[in-house]
Each structure stands twice: as C-alpha cells, then as structure tokens.
Design a protein around this ligand. Sequence first.
Ligand SMILES: *Cc1c(COP(=O)(O)O)cnc(C)c1O
Length: 241
Amino acid sequence: MTEQEKIELRRHIQAVRERIGHAAIQANRDPEEIILVAASKMNDAEHVQEAIKAGIRVCGENRVQELLEKYEQNAYAGADLQFIGTLQTNKVKFLVGKVSLIQSVGSAHLGETIAKVAEKQGICQDILLEVNIGKEAAKSGFLVEDLDDAMAILSEKKSLHIRGLMAIPPIADEKTKNSSYFNKMHQVFVDNLTKKYDNVDMDYLSMGMTNDFEMAIACGANMVRIGTAIFGARPYQIVSP
Ligand SMILES: *Cc1c(COP(=O)(O)O)cnc(C)c1O
C-alpha cells in the first residue's frame, strides 16, 4: 500500500466511526454499544493489518478459503476474527477454533455440525442465527416461524453459545423499504430476549452494511458489517461507464 492509500483507509475508518456515532446518538443510544465488523473480503493481509492499525477491532470474512489464506499470513493479528458468509458443513472444521463468532448459522444441521466439531476440540463456539427476513428463495437463513424450533434444538448443545441474530435483508430501492425489514428483525430479537433457553443470550443483533447501516442502527442493530465504506469498492463493484 502507498502512504496515500494508508491515509485514505484511516480516513474511511474515521468517517465510518463518526457516522455510526451519529446514528447511535440520533437513536438515543450509546455509540460504544455498536460493534463495527470490518468486512474484509477481497482485501489482502496488508490492507487488513493496516485497518487493524487504524483501530479496527473485529474482522469478518465470508469465504473460508480466503480466510484461511489470510489467517496463515497473520492478517488478523490484533483483532477478533468472525465468519459472516455462507458456510458449507464440510468446511466447518476449518473455522472452529479460529473464529470467535460464526454469524451465519442458517440451519439446524449447520448448527449441529458446528457443535460436533467444537465438542471434539473441547471448546464452546459462539454463533448467531441467520434469519431470512425477506423470505428470499435464494438466501439462506431461518424463516422467523422456524426460529423457535431451531433454538430449542441448538440450545441443548453444550458446545454452542447462541449470542443473537443476524440478517441480510433484500436489496431495497428506497431506504424506507429496508427499514421495515430492520424493524421486523428488531421485533424478532426483542421477542427472543425474554425466552429462557440454555446457552442462548440475545446479545447481538447484526444487521446493516455500507448502504444501510445508519438505518439498521436506527432500528436497533448493535453490530454492523461494513466493507465498501472502509476498504473502497471491490473489483466487481466497479461498473465501467
Ligand atoms: C461483504 C459483506 C458485508 C459488507 O458489505 P458492504 O456493502 O461492502 O459494506 C456485510 N455482510 C456480509 C455477509 C458480507 O458478505
């Protein structure tokens, strides 16, 4: 990275923090309670390390292979590493023991697989349950109506700790549209706060990305996953004129 690129990265992180702080205050909430997860996909170890130097405390990766490569290069040293992407059960064994939180558990089968691997390693794996709030056929995640059964099953696993919920709502044209999904998610989160399952604590509501994180915070998110606003557009996001 050039000196200029480093300065820019620092500026981006500062700007994102300010926007998070502003959104939190607008919503009468403490900026400190919002966890910023830097979604670092397609950014190499050097970029990730530079972001950590600039104050990033949590990194989120969404592809196992890429995570493992960067992990070997010590990209995440000094930060917490989480997994936020679609996860196949046969790759679970590569993640458990390396990531502090798997955000994207969208089926009981995946949860059970994680539990098995964690148990073998003698550890307890923190997870979030992913909710398919827009009921999209192409997306993974639990339907709201299936969440209760999933929690009942997974709460019996001593090697799992369910820490909250995650969602990626449908891409909306107008911002008002997404607020209804975010509000729905917050309602589901609040509904689950009062349920008493073993190994379940509704600590985190993870929703909001570059285009909508302020709206998500307004609706109750306390964990946002931000890539583009920190690292700039990824190669495939740059559309030629
Ligand atoms: C890439 C990614 C993000 C961040 O997206 P941006 O729009 O670049 O901020 C958030 N969540 C997940 C699961 C991602 O894969």
